[in-house]
Write a protein that binds this ligand. Structure first.
Ligand code: AMP
Length: 582
């Protein structure tokens, strides 16, 4: 659709959006019908006995709610190139590597043309609303986007992160042009093999086209902050490159160098101007508008785990508006931000009822009476439909997509804040199972537990044990870092505890954590040893609030929402250690 037009007809996009959201229940029925008609012949659906039925009632009766783990054997067969249609009617040719939602671990999910179509639909929907408030005309975009390596699975499918699959798709560029925000960096930079070199070149491209830049963006806001932090370090080198028209030797890849050589011309005037501007700034406040005088807004996902970056982003942006991007996952898109003037902290996402079939598990505890012994049992409530959710309630999102996921638990918690026509507006709350996250890292309670077990081996040699433990993400310093609280059964030497701390840091093995540690976008892990009895005080605190002892669970991750517990932990720190593992 977008490749056939040069400029997006935003008014038509808005009209279509209004029509589909007014009739959401019906649109959801139709969408489910389309998904099931297209994929009815897939082995997964065949086995469940739908027998060609496509109505929501039969669908819910036959198809179970699943997690990624349940679907893994099917997805693995797709990845391995199995021939008969397994999850979708048409064969899957591309696989996305998700950062992980349910287990907090990277995982494979199918990607197909329909998912690409929905990507373009959601991009154009939010753009149409954004452009009403902040019109962009014939502008260039400084997009800090980076492609991961696209590999081939043993079954011959392409595999990369979902964003890589999108950036590599020929329709993506056309869509950007249609939205009048042509990416200022050449492909060689976006697809460059080294992220540091690409970042440097993105900055350089932005400066070369500084007058034309109307938009600064990235997928997640974290990358924008990282880019301008880097700018603070390398600005003199960037200016020297512009002055001489020669790219710094820090960029070594020939393809990237030759692409950049086409853009770089000696421009001493621009170099002088930039040097003057940079020297004149106080602590880099307002850097973005200073560098890019025609920038209209800054765009990227800014909610959820990205919120901690808003402060720094505002510092660089000064008065330039921050607009959060849409809400989705490798598994599929969910909602668009159609209120771009709302600050990211209060942003909501309006679900598009024709990009997937959506259900929601209410998170309110559902307590029922056990018929046999009369005791109370907590059971998970039944999922409700898109138009059945209630304002102010929290839900876990379930998605049925065009790419072979049926009643799939996304693991995200959202709150309904209102309705746009008949579809809910969702505020992103958190990942349901996620404990520790600063930027692209994701660690669950299980990961924390495994790390603690591993590190505790050193003290076990001295017949000591970790009595209890908890954790905290400290973003009050830059960069943020993990803090692990330990209560130990006896005295341990500093030397051994330092080793425990290093071991903890090394034991978080998810790719996001390890890569962030290596580039220091996450600081050294801190082990804080608390005095004996600290966890008893926490328990006492909960008991004071009316909790039941038999059901008491130590909070394994303590955030700002739990400030009293954090205070108890911090007030009782006896010693602390910072990792020297990286
Ligand atoms: P991934 O698993 O790498 O595909 O990342 C998708 C996850 O990122 C979602 O399940 C959410 O937890 C998070 N996410 C995506 N979009 C947003 C958003 N707009 N606000 C907050 N979190 C988001």
């Amino acid at each position: 659709m977008l490749d056939k037009m040069t400029i997006l007809d935003v008014e038509k996009v808005v009209r279509d959006f209004e029509a589909t959201t007014k009739d959401a229940e019906n649109v959801q029925r139709q969408t489910l019908k389309l998904i099931l008609e297209e994929n009815g012949c897939a082995e997964y659906l065949q086995k469940l006995g739908l027998n060609g039925r496509t109505d929501p009632e039969s669908f819910k009766a036959c198809v179970p709610v699943v997690t990624h783990k349940d679907l893994e054997p099917y997805i693995q067969r797709v990845v391995d190139g199995a021939l008969p249609p397994i999850l979708t009617g048409k064969p899957i040719t591309t696989i996305s590597l998700s950062s992980g939602t349910t287990q907090g671990k990277p995982k494979f999910v199918p990607f197909n043309d329909e998912l690409m179509e929905t990507t373009l639909q959601i991009y154009s929907t939010s753009f149409a609303f954004r452009n009403r408030e902040f019109p962009i005309e014939n502008g260039k975009a400084l997009q800090f986007i980076y492609s991961s390596k696209q590999t081939k699975t043993k079954g011959g499918l392409f595999a990369g992160t979902a964003t890589t699959n999108v950036f590599r798709n020929s329709q993506f560029k056309n869509a950007m042009k249609a939205m009048q925000s042509q990416i200022c960096s050449p492909d060689e930079v976006i697809f460059g093999p080294d992220f540091h070199q690409s970042l440097y070149c993105h900055l350089l491209c932005g400066l070369i086209f500084r007058e034309e830049i109307q938009l600064v963006s990235s997928t997640f806001a974290h990358s924008i902050v990282l880019a301008f932090r880097t700018f603070e370090q390398v600005w003199e080198e960037l200016c020297a490159d512009i002055r001489e028209g020669v790219l710094s030797s820090r960029v070594t890849f020939p393809s990237v160098r030759s692409a950049m050589a086409k853009l770089l011309k000696p421009d001493p005037e621009l170099a002088d101007l930039l040097e003057k501007k940079c020297s004149g700034l106080s602590n880099w406040y307002g850097l973005i508008p200073e560098l890019f005088p025609n920038v209209k807004y800054i765009y990227g996902i800014m909610t959820g785990s990205m919120e901690p970056y808003l402060k720094k982003l505002r510092h660089y942006a000064a008065d330039v508006p921050l607009v959060t991007a849409d809400y989705g996952a490798s598994e599929g898109w969910i909602g668009a931000n159609i209120n771009p003037t709302v600050p990211p902290e209060s942003a909501t996402y309006v679900v598009l009822p024709n990009i997937g079939y959506f259900e929601f598990i209410p998170l309110k505890e559902n307590v029922v009476q056990d018929k046999v012994n009369g005791s109370s049992l907590s059971v998970e409530p039944e999922p409700v439909g898109l138009t059945e959710v209630k304002i102010d309630e929290e839900y876990e999102v379930i998605i049925t997509s065009f790419a072979g996921l049926y009643r799939y638990r996304l693991g995200d918690v959202v709150r309904v804040t209102g309705f746009h026509n008949s579809v809910p507006k969702l505020k992103f709350v958190c990942r349901r199972n996620l404990l520790l996250t600063i930027n692209i890292d994701k660690n669950t309670e299980k990961d924390l537990q495994l790390a603690v077990e591993e590190a505790a081996k050193s003290i076990a040699e001295q017949k000591l044990e970790v009595v209890d433990f908890s954790s905290h993400v400290d973003v009050s310093t830059e960069p943020g870092h993990y803090v692990i609280f330990w209560e130990i059964s006896g005295g341990v030497s500093d030397e051994v505890l330092q080793e425990c701390c290093n071991c903890l840091d090394r034991s978080f093995v998810d790719a996001g954590y390890v890569s962030s540690r290596k580039v220091n976008t996450i600081g050294p892990l801190e082990l804080r040893v608390v005095r004996k009895g600290t966890f008893q005080k926490i328990l006492d605190h909960y008991m004071g609030l009316g909790a039941a002892l038999s059901q008491f669970k130590t909070p394994r991750c303590v955030g700002p929402m739990n400030s009293k517990v954090l205070q108890i932990l911090c007030d009782n720190v006896a010693k602390n250690y910072f990792s020297t593992a990286f």
